[in-house]
Structure formats: C-alpha cells, structure tokens
Write a protein that binds this ligand. Sequence first.
Ligand code: S3P
Length: 430
Amino acid sequence: MPPARLSHGGDVLAVSGGGPLRGELRVPGDKSISHRALLLAALADGVSSISGLSDGADVAGTAAATAALGASVESAGGVVVVRGGELRVPPGPINVGNSGTTIRLLAGIAAGCRFTTVLGGDASVNRRPMDRVAEPLRLMGADVDGSDGGRRAPLRITGGALRGITYQPPVASAQVKGAVLLAGLFAAGETVVREPVATRAHTEEMLAAFGADVCLGAGEVAVRASRPNPFEFAVPGDPSAAAFWMVGAALVSGSAVTVRDVYSGQGRDGYLRVLRRMGADLSVAPAGEGRVHLTCRSSPLRGTTITAAEVPELIDEIPVLAVAAAAADGPTRFEGAGELRHKESDRMHSVLAGLEACGASAEVDGDTLVVRGRSQLRGGRIDAAGDHRIAMAFCIAGLVAGTETVISGWRSVATSYPGFVSDLARCRGA
Ligand code: S3P
C-alpha cells in the first residue's frame, strides 16, 4: 500500500490509500431538506430563519432563485433569514446551475404564479427529463413550454388559475411529487399524489410541520390551497454525504468514523440497511429531533441484492455502494436502477466506467447493475463526468486502491460537499 496522499489542484484530485480513517465529522446540512426549507420560507408570509443549511452550490442556487422571485434572503452567523410572502416576476431567466431538485420544485411554484418564469440550468440540467414535471403541471392548468418539444429545460412556465388533480407519477420521484404538491398550494380544490413506491417524504412532512393544509395517508398525500407559516428550523446533516464516510470506514482497514447529527427520517436510511446486510459494522445512536450519530468500523463486506422497491430510498448512494460492492465478497445486484441514467450524469454509465477504470468488474443488464465483487482495486483515471457523487464515490475507492487514483471533474464536489477534502484530511489525521 502506498503512503496516504491527497493532492488537490483545480479540477483534479489525486488520492492514494494509506492509513485508517478515524474521528468524528459533521457533514453539510441535508440538501433535499435545505432546498425545501428555502422554498417554503419564500412562500410563507413573514420571516423564517434556517440554520444548518447545506453550503453546497445547489442550495446556494435555490437561495438565489428564491431571491429572484422576490423573497429577501440574508445570511449571518450560520443562520439564513428569509422574508417571504408575495412572489413577483423575476428580473430575468433563473439559472439553477446543476440542480435538478431546484428546477423541478421551482417549476411547481412557478406554475402557481400569474406571470412567466424561465427556468434553465447547466448542460447537465438542460439534458435531464423535465416532462415528468411539465406534464402534471399542464394537467393542473399551467402553460409549460421548453426545449425538445417541452420535455427539457430551459422551461418557460406561465402559471396561475390551477385546478387540483389526482396524480400517480409514472416514475418514482420525490422531485415530481414535490413539484405537484407545491403547485397544489396554489390550486382550487384538492391535489393528490399517489405513489406506488414511496419516495423521500420531505415536501409533505415539511409542509405539514409548517402549517400548510396537507394530509398524509398510506401511499398518498393530499394538499389544498394554503401557505406554510413562517418558521424557525435547523437542517440536520445529509445522510447522502455521510454515506461516503460510512463506506470509507467499512473498507479501509483499522477505521472507525462517526458522523454526528445526521437526518434519520423515512426514505433516506436505505443505504444503512444495505450496508448492514453486506456485513458492515455500523452503529446508530439517537441524537434527538429525528437525528442520529452514525459510526462505522472496518469489516469485511459481502455482496447483496438491492431490489427495485429499495432503490428510491438509496438512489443517491448507489455510486458509493457500488464501490463497496466492488470490494465485497460475491456479486451485488442493483435491480430496477434505470433512474440512474437521469441524474447529474448517466450514473449507470459513469459508475460502470469508474469501476472498470479501477480494476473492478461490473455489467449492466437492462435496468440492473451487477457489480462482481472480490476486486483488488487499483488506481486509475476517473472522469467524474461533472457529477459530484461520482467524484466522491471514486475518491473513496481510491482510499483502498493499490496505486494512485486521479479524478478529473473534481470541482463538481462543490455541488453538495465543498468541505469533502478537508474532512477526508481530518479523518486521516492530517
Ligand atoms: C431529490 C430526489 C431524488 C434524488 C435527488 C434529490 C429530492 O431525485 O436523487 O438527489 O430532493 O427530492 P428524484 O426525485 O429524481 O428521484
């Protein structure tokens, strides 16, 4: 094993294996919850304050978008204060950067506004499917146009005079559910979203917690025209960021890492169950208010099967779980994982290419990703494809590779976890 090395220049990270990961960390505030906290604060008539917001570029983009729609957003001493209420015509097109969550949730709000909003993003966002939000919003009465026949961003949305619908999204997506529910806050009558497979519940839970007219049933959520009340809220740590450290600690011999104050609600802890099935030495300690402290110690891992029904609750963790699977004993199957093709990169492709570059064997069979396991990982050249989770997942692979791993496209990590390299250095005792 070469000595531990981490060098970081511009858009490239070079990492080699070495000593164990040890210590305690706090990860950024949960990205999904941070987006929703800002958007709901913009809708609430009055002053809300949010602490622990994600420091990633995606959430900064949502803050800028809410300001463009007329909310005042100010940050001081780790607290973001939002004065919301009446939304107004944005001064120009809103650019959401790399954030699919921002554009899809904002589309729901724009559909409720009696003016035209243009929403676009970077090349990745403008490639991703937007028909999944455009279609239900059109059914509710919004005028939604966009490139590629209205299927992709930039989207041009003229809203107002919405009617409630009952909608079953054709894909399991918390972003689609969120967009329809947010539009439902502006609609006449009831708006119902039915989900055959549950997705993360942040939109409905936060709407309920902040006093909007929402009703949570088994497999469905109903909302009526209403607004959240202003609120004070502390965002818990992001489980999808903690996943990198849990896998890193499991794989690197002699490691023991604790991540403190991580969100522990429905739809986000699927990766912990999978890691346990794989034999990870994980412990979970309650930390109050829907939070936990997570600790993982190194242990040998074995392969498992992740079923299609499990995928929505660990979709963002698949890149790093695939790295864990490559080092595990026996194959791991990720079934029904076709949605990976529609993330910040085509993750079916970028995970496969990354695994192959570091000597692992994997294949795609329809919507199933199969990682062979028992690989002696070696360093390689990884193209993160502009995708933060691919960059960080293969940095974790680099910690157990026999030779240096060089990741290009490292800058993308700023999307969700700007402090990743300093947290890694801290765990390695640097
Ligand atoms: C998110 C939902 C998921 C997830 C994304 C965040 C959210 O996307 O992959 O990172 O905050 O609602 P889908 O809704 O497309 O599954």
